[in-house]
Design a protein around this ligand. Structure first.
Ligand SMILES: C[S@@+](CC[C@H](N)C(=O)[O-])C[C@H]1O[C@@H](n2cnc3c(N)ncnc32)[C@H](O)[C@@H]1O
Length: 224
């Protein structure tokens, strides 16, 4: 009983924090599916990565706030902030996730595990040989609570995203990937430095301070 009461209190505290979070409130006003949109927005506003006409791959896309942000960047001016009809969306967005994804007009979605060869093949088929301008990855595995296991799962996903990016990005393309401080972090920074000409570490204001997440951005693929 005592444990139940404590967990109820924690849930209530989380809910209160969540509801009063300015980014949650802003996301509701702006029609974003989650506050995560503002993390990508901040990174993009700082580094100017996303431009109309690009091909962008969104890994770990569900519920879809990053894809919504991308779509709004690609919407024809007269279509306003993405709420209006797509018309000719000026850009390509391919989103991928393990979980289902409520459709967004103009966004092509692939459901599956990015670690599986068949899913990667589906993504490559969707690209049909087109080089990619930007890969964004917000993928986060379910955590077990065991630091070494979780570190290995996180690193594996990011290594695959780096591998995919080094094969499919344009020479001046970019990868934005969520990483976590802790086990494996330094090796991931080294991996980015080995693969990209410029590497930035960005902690957007929208990323909660108490969260160990941060974003690695690699710009310009080396050896191309
Ligand atoms: C934090 S959420 C992404 C939020 C998203 N960027 C947005 O703006 O709505 C992380 C997502 O990564 C996905 N994910 C985790 N492991 C994955 C994998 N191996 N393959 C594909 N997606 C994965 C999860 O299903 C989850 O939906």
């Amino acid at each position: 009983m005592k444990t139940q009461t404590k967990s109820k209190k924690l849930n209530k505290a989380w809910l209160n924090n969540h509801v009063s979070d300015p980014y949650v409130q802003q996301a509701q006003k702006d029609g974003y599916r989650s506050r995560a949109a503002y993390k990508l927005k901040e990174i993009d506003e700082e580094l100017k990565l996303i431009r109309p006409g690009q091909v962008v791959v969104d890994l770990g896309a569900t519920p879809g706030a990053w894809s919504q942000y991308l779509r709004r960047k690609f919407a024809p001016k007269e279509a306003g902030q993405g709420g209006a009809a797509v018309g000719q969306l000026n850009g390509t967005i391919i989103a991928l996730d393990l979980l289902d994804f409520e459709p967004i007009e103009g966004v092509q979605f692939i459901q599956g595990d990015f670690q599986e060869d068949a899913v990667l093949a589906e993504l490559e088929a969707a690209l049909a040989g087109r080089p990619v301008d930007v890969v964004v990855s917000d993928m986060a595995p379910n955590l077990s609570g065991i630091a070494s296991t979780d570190g290995a799962r996180i690193s594996n996903l990011i290594e695959l995203a780096v591998d995919f990016s080094s094969q499919h990005l344009k020479p001046d393309g970019a990868l934005v990937a969520k990483v976590f401080h802790g086990s494996g972090y330094d090796q991931l920074v080294q991996l980015f430095r080995a693969q990209f000409k410029i590497v930035k570490v960005v902690k957007p204001k929208a990323s909660r301070e108490r969260s160990s997440e941060t974003f690695l951005v690699g710009i310009g693929v080396k050896n191309r």
